[in-house]
Design a protein around this ligand. Sequence first.
Ligand code: 6PG
Length: 250
Amino acid sequence: MNAALDLRILTTPQELFAAAAEEVVHAATEAVVQRGRFTIALSGGSTPKSLYTLLATNARNAVPWEHTFFFWGDERYVPPTDPESNYRMVEESMLSKVPVPAGNVFRVAAESPDAAAAAESYEQTLKTFFTLEGGQFPRFDLILLGMGPDGHCASLFPASAGLQEKSRLVIANWVEKFKTSRITFTLPVLNAARCVAFLVSGTYKASALRAVLESDAPGEQYPSKLVRPTDGRLIWLVDRAAASELTGKA
Ligand code: 6PG
């Protein structure tokens, strides 16, 4: 049974990031108590940077860094030193400032000369870490996602081949509009999570958010619609600007 929608509209971006930090701390605490570790897949892009900064400052003492294991839901096909790198953004805004063991951080080796090889290697990293057998998907405690103004999430863009993937965990998905591949989790991995939390801020995302939450447009057109955890929670943390076109039908 797919997850019920938990839509939270926060007045300002600051309140959005504070609510997101609370959700991360709550999920982390619960996971460590119940399973001894917290597995989180991070989102890239610009929106979550303020959340990562908050976790490294105000919420720093509430996060069980030693028991937290970091992964990336997607990565740009660039080296970790590149300004476009999602790993670099997270390293600079959070990981370099907190006591997380280096062995707890699993970045995508996007400097690889072959994007498909980088995806395969990251897939193997997931299989080993989660001790998966054939056909199994990793069950992350929390996956953070952003949403693009076109309704994409992770690097699953509208009408891209990656949306059809049913068995792989990580793929190199060709993104026509950027004329490059992106390394990304597939939908089965996103939908196997215990909890998925979307962070969406800004007026320029309002029409996509309405289309995702309130329209019957196909998921092929708005991939964020296809994220419905099979046995987990789905949380939408949005600010008032992003929610400005919602009619309450969600
Ligand atoms: C990335 C992301 C991507 C992002 C959206 C929203 O690598 O870019 O993982 O899915 O979440 O593009 O990006 P912004 O937060 O920058 O609007």
